[in-house]
Design a protein around this ligand. Sequence first.
Ligand SMILES: NC(=O)c1ccc[n+]([C@@H]2O[C@H](COP(=O)([O-])OP(=O)(O)OC[C@H]3O[C@@H](n4cnc5c(N)ncnc54)[C@H](O)[C@@H]3O)[C@@H](O)[C@H]2O)c1
Ligand SMILES: [Zn+2]
Ligand SMILES: [Zn+2]
Length: 351
Amino acid sequence: MSGTMMAVVYHGKGDLRFEERPIPTILDSRDAIVKVGMSSICTSDFHIRNGAVPRARENVILGHEFAGEVVAVGDAVKKIKPGQRVAANVETFCGECWFCKQGFVNNCVQGGWELGCRIDGCQTEYVRVPFADNGLTVIPDSLAYEDVIMLSCILPSGYFGAELAEIKPGDTVVVLGAGPVGCTTMMSARLFGPACIVAVDPIGERLDFAKKNGWCDVTVNPNEEDLEAVVKGLTDGRGADSVIEVAGGKNTFETAWKVARPNGIVSLIAMYEEAQSLPLHLMYGKNLTFKTGGVDACHNDVLMKLIEGGKLNCRPLITHTMPLNDIMHGYDIFEHHLDGCVKVAITPYER
Ligand SMILES: NC(=O)c1ccc[n+]([C@@H]2O[C@H](COP(=O)([O-])OP(=O)(O)OC[C@H]3O[C@@H](n4cnc5c(N)ncnc54)[C@H](O)[C@@H]3O)[C@@H](O)[C@H]2O)c1
Ligand SMILES: [Zn+2]
Ligand SMILES: [Zn+2]
């Protein structure tokens, strides 16, 4: 296959362009080429555009959330076959290095967050996926692209945040931020059996949306209520057993450790654009555990089964659908939460 395709390309801080790029080809025997059937835009794409992701490379096609059809595979690809419908993983990983063997795929010595960051991603028409047997999950016939598009990044990220939080049955969990990743965090947290999930966001309609979908039990708008007082009221004055920070706001790191109970866990999934302050003297004796991370997306097979079994449903997050032709408009409404936008699904380019 040869020719060109349309793509969103990062040309340096503040400079995204929708332009023509060559269609990719197999470069390594473990590669696959996937024709994009549906893609999306992640808040992390804005962090790249804003120059806040040091590992990002200029001239790269953005996008790391997609599903599509395999059109070619290299000789060493064993599981994935041309013609299959697949959901991609944000992480590129070899599966063989020390980090991969522990499940720490974000730190794979040959990969990590590569797609749409260091190598060309999916806000285009075709993608080269390295280590295709690890980076792609076959989609069961019963599921549509809309059901699995979040499996690339925001669902594993939410699951990762919930896993780091070590939630136990009966716990009270605070989730800071009810954006798309906040929502996948809440639905993943449910799998671990907490008694109460508290969603926090200054945008009332995002709180209502999370509550309506059954992802949280209590909602708090921090501009209208005293969050610490609400959480203490729910926990006999102790504070939250765990707090998952998926807002990345000006003061949300501080809120996270303040609302956690002594000996609680603070799970940090938000990607900050600025340094945060860790005033250890103010939390002395609180004995908190902080965990941070870029997603170790190593459970995508399990998450696919949970979607198939109806235990996880990310479909309501798609509030807008548009062809690749309109993706720059998609960036605008997604970034500014216009028209109730939570997540944008991008369908193939229309010629
Ligand atoms: N760790 C990872 O691997 C990983 C993966 C994907 C996304 N992320 C990051 O997760 C974060 C969330 O992503 P998203 O797409 O949901 O972003 P988003 O901007 O849509 O959502 C953030 C939410 O936080 C809310 N918020 C702002 N100030 C707040 C406050 N003071 N208290 C509570 N909520 C507040 C906002 O109103 C918004 O709804 C981003 O920083 C993104 O880059 C990390
Ligand atoms: Zn992402
Ligand atoms: Zn590896």
